[in-house]
Write a protein that binds this ligand. Structure first.
Ligand SMILES: [Zn+2]
Length: 491
């Protein structure tokens, strides 16, 4: 196949795990596609020829985008860390793989000459390489909603960025033809495509709803029919007389003059979480017990003072809560990263002290997480057992995220009960939900957040479960499923 794979500058360290389809790019004829998955796998469909993939490499970050070269005889893959991989006649013009991006990279777009490319990151940062010109970015603005996609003008002297709410940012000779930034969308925007003459564009929502602006025609949508997977992007045909919607299972929906591309779904344990940031706080820490002066220091939790942290609880046999929390968090982080999410952990080992609970909240806020979950197990009455999800109560600081946190708590509770068989707590909350106004982690959050008490470590039945690694994996899988339901509407 003559494939070459180069990732330049990036530290190639850890394998990202299983394959989840994240993006697709068409062949020159429009009768085939290459589908890219998070683990670097490329799957050719229709008349697409295989030029190689990155599946055998130990990737530092999941693959998030694929773009066909002008000739159609090659493609680039983009990693979430800004690393660029070249295949076929695609050439390497540079990457950000060796610098730390503020927010993950999302999408790569080649220039018309094939001698350069841009890519865009979640904060709207635009990086131009080869003969691609830089015309501005939103990387230095604080956006209400993250950027989800990019399209370029016909002469390549400008581009649009689109945010999750359908807000449009125009740069260079790209003109503004309207946006959905002021309307309340049923489903978030996930991508865009420009018309052939650059005098209009389409936006596509996660459910396949299409919004047209300028001279973009409406050729149909899937907005009213149930899809087997969320839409992850759209591609316009060469003459602009149609478009494909790309689904998160590697399938396509064709409209207008877009050729039908029949594919079988790519098996996976979930759908793309590219562009989503999840914060995870494994409660307590392994060294807390040895440093009471640190963890006993008072911190302001938004309503009152509380201790910086505690040691947590343990089972009668001595299996500690901090070890349980860290183990489940580590398993959950791996599952989410395999699906392309960016995961931020408040601690990365189980031997340190702290950080204090207010600092843990700040870590998720600063990451501008789309969802934040605190993982704990309870030290409740030995006669009671079950799961409880603790919800924030409005205190002025967290007001804007109360409604979303309530949605998150229900999605997490439902997935956890379904996936682990754990009953609702018999002593904490109602139907597994308990509002709490006395915890820094919930009081100080500015992102959607919940705290889950997975089980009661002081109860013999629950103690046997939390001590079992198989159950902990089920717990992590359930949490990933609940987070995914909340983030993309699919478990
Ligand atoms: Zn705890």
């Amino acid at each position: 196949m003559g494939a070459t794979a180069t990732e330049n500058g990036a530290v190639v360290a850890a394998n990202v795990g299983e394959a989840v389809p994240v993006a697709a790019s068409p062949t020159a004829t429009g009768h085939g596609f290459w589908v890219a998955s998070t683990d670097g796998t490329v799957t050719p469909e229709g008349d697409a020829t295989m030029y190689g993939d990155a599946a055998s490499l130990a990737l530092a970050a999941p693959v998030v985008s694929i773009a066909t070269t002008e000739s159609g005889d090659g493609y680039w893959l983009l990693g979430g860390d800004g690393g660029v991989f070249t295949f076929g006649d695609a050439r390497f013009y540079g990457s950000t793989g060796d610098i730390r991006l503020n927010q993950p990279a999302l999408q790569l777009v080649g220039t018309r000459t094939g001698a350069g490319y841009w890519f865009v990151a979640r904060d709207g940062g635009v990086f131009a390489f080869g003969d691609a010109g830089f015309y501005g970015s939103t990387g230095n603005l604080r956006l209400n909603q993250p950027v989800v996609g990019m399209a370029t003008t016909p002469d390549g002297r400008g581009y649009w960025l689109v945010a999750r709410d359908g807000g449009i940012f125009s740069f260079g000779d790209a003109r503004f033809y309207g946006s959905t930034g002021d309307t309340h969308l049923q489903q978030p925007i996930v991508g865009m495509a420009a018309t052939r003459d650059g005098k209009g564009y389409w936006l596509v929502a996660r459910d396949g709803g299409i919004f047209t602006f300028g001279d973009a025609h409406f050729y149909g949508s899937t907005g009213s029919s149930a899809l087997p997977a969320p839409v992850v992007g759209m591609v316009a045909t060469g003459d602009g007389g149609g478009y494909w919607l790309v689904l998160g299972n590697g399938q396509f929906r064709s409209f207008g003059d877009a050729a039908t591309i029949a594919t079988t779904p790519i098996p996976s344990d979930g759908f793309s979480l590219v562009g989503q940031v999840v914060a995870i706080d494994p409660g307590h820490d392994g060294g807390n017990g040895a440093d009471p002066s640190y963890i006993d220091q008072p911190i302001w939790n938004g309503r009152e003072y509380e201790a910086c942290d505690t040691t947590g609880t343990e089972t009668d046999a001595g299996y500690t809560e901090h070890a349980f929390n860290f183990d489940v968090a580590t398993r959950l982080a791996a599952l989410l990263r395999a699906r392309g999410a960016t995961v931020v952990l408040t601690r990365t080992n189980d031997t340190g002290v702290g950080p204090c609970v207010n600092v843990r909240a700040a870590i998720g806020n600063q990451a501008r997480a789309d969802a934040f979950v605190d993982i704990h197990a309870d030290g409740g009455p030995p006669g009671g057992r079950g799961v409880a999800v603790l919800q924030p109560v409005a205190d002025g600081i967290n007001n804007a995220v109360i409604g979303l946190s309530d949605e998150l708590s229900v999605d997490i509770r439902n997935a956890f009960v379904a996936g682990t068989g754990e009953p609702y707590s018999s002593y904490d909350g109602v139907n597994g939900l308990q509002p709490r106004d006395d915890l820094a982690g919930l009081n100080l959050t500015t992102v959607p957040k919940v705290l889950i008490e997975c089980a009661n470590m002081r109860n013999a039945t629950d103690a046997a479960l939390v001590t079992n690694p198989t159950w902990r994996q089920e717990a992590a899988t359930s949490l990933a499923s609940g987070l995914s339901q909340y983030l993309i509407g699919f478990p």
